[in-house]
Write a protein that binds this ligand. Sequence first.
Ligand code: HEC
Ligand code: HEC
Ligand code: HEC
Ligand code: HEC
Length: 163
Amino acid sequence: MYVKTLLIACFLLFLGGNYLNAQEYEYIGAAKCKTCHNKPAKGAQYKQWLGTKHAKAMESLVGDEKKDPACIKCHSTYGAVDEDLIATLKISEGVSCESCHGPGSGYKSNSTMKSREKSMARGLILPTEQLCLECHNEDSPHYKGFNFEEYMEKITHPNPAAQ
Ligand code: HEC
Ligand code: HEC
Ligand code: HEC
Ligand code: HEC
């Protein structure tokens, strides 16, 4: 009996510990990134993204498709994440910055962002092909195949000042 109680106590402690350690960063939306990432000298990432099909992905859906979890899970950052973690992200943003770079609430401050190490410790992701394949795959009813180099060229948004 005592052993059983002890085991249950340990299990609850384990669950509680994990819960406290879990980093639950929130999604803040592209407008927030724009405040710092739209300067031409640094690559104007916001403007570049706005000109891609990612930013217009919700416009491809019609009627009830705009609410259908089976479509918005790929066509909007909003559709793929836990609603409790949505701060100022909008569904209309489509495939927004945070689908690829991770939720921004933890890394968005200037002092954090200046350090790659600090930013990554607070949720920033520098994505690779693996991440693209989460949406560019045969679960997509309009899948056209995926060539990482060719597709990257169409969405690239480097910072010339960082090279
Ligand atoms: C308060 C200003 C600020 C905000 C807001 C901000 N950033 Fe940054 N970010 C920076 C600065 C400063 C750098 C360092 C490079 C530079 O000077 O542009 C940076 C760098 C980055 C990098 C490159 C990291 C590396 O080491 O290669 C990524 C990716 C990035 N930001 C994404 C985002 C995303 C996505 C958002 C919105 C969720 C965002 N940032 C919001 C200021 C900001
Ligand atoms: C969250 C899902 C998601 C992720 C992650 C994602 N994409 Fe996409 N991508 C889409 C959707 C949805 C579209 C179609 C948008 C539309 O036209 O409605 C698309 C369209 C594109 C297009 C335009 C294709 C065309 O027909 O012209 C390119 C290029 C592209 N993605 C590149 C990439 C690359 C490179 C990555 C990884 C760095 C990536 N995508 C990651 C969902 C995603
Ligand atoms: C697994 C992710 C995924 C799902 C689920 C998904 N899409 Fe897409 N969709 C994409 C990607 C990625 C593209 C871009 C086409 C490409 O390059 O493969 C796209 C493109 C499109 C296009 C543009 C077609 C074209 O020829 O460019 C339409 C319309 C579309 N999707 C509608 C839908 C609808 C409606 C649903 C729900 C029934 C849906 N999608 C579900 C990922 C997805
Ligand atoms: C479809 C995925 C995708 C989306 C959407 C996206 N990015 Fe990126 N981003 C990338 C990839 C891939 C890289 C290159 C990562 C690397 O340098 O290893 C990158 C690099 C960057 C860099 C670093 C550039 C450099 O040369 O140092 C910044 C800053 C950045 N993104 C900001 C943004 C912002 C702001 C948005 C939204 C307005 C955004 N990104 C949307 C995939 C994406």
